[in-house]
Design a protein around this ligand. Sequence first.
Ligand code: CA
Length: 260
Amino acid sequence: MTGWVGVGRTHRGFVRPVNQDAFAVLDDLGVWMVADGLGGKPGGEIASQLAIDSLVKQAESHRRLLHDSRDYVPTLLSQFLMTAHHLLLDKGATVRQLKGLGTTIVVLCIVPESVSTAAVAHVGDSRAYLWREGALTRLTRDHTFGERYVEAGILTPEQARVHPDSHVLTRALGFGETLEPECSTFTLLRDDCILLCTDGLSKMLSDEEIAAILGSSGTSSRACDALVEAALERGGIDNVTVVVCGPAPTSPEIIQTNRH
Ligand code: CA
């Protein structure tokens, strides 16, 4: 155990016929992730689940490196994503119904030491946020045209929000021959929480609304329920998935964990 535990929730929403999101909570490995499949049936849901299964398998077979080699973890996570990327490319090339399948993904790894270090790697617009001392900070930048236009100064964030190409992805697992995963590391404080989510949450709620829910929920479990509930109240137009990861409770509270 790493001393950090995650809770995950996913919901199909009220409009999409299937849930193309997937997630995994691996407390014993210190690894948590969410993915959002792309494309029509059945590619989307298969892509996200294949990617999650691939990363779970790789994390399990690199357990020792994940725990003992803090400086190597970002490279390792990028390698995991590259392997999943090539798996999706191979499936798309060999199975006609799976042609063009892809997925976004964000993965968090915490290396337990006297001072815990976290690494976050992602591709696409699934996000990681840090909740620290009552403030919410986004740890990932979306790999979308919207984010690119804002970074280039072409659009303001407000203009990007309503631009028709705003949510078009510039990177995803399974798309294109090359892949550039983005990875960052940071030091965790004792009471930090990290939220991973698909765009079914971040499109529905502002960062301020997410922060308000995290600030008032009390436990990771309640935070997950409240975040999903809030996204559904906005119409549930997309699948929504959240994982909230925080320090293991010292109280007898049992936090439910899931592996999907
Ligand atoms: Ca989505």
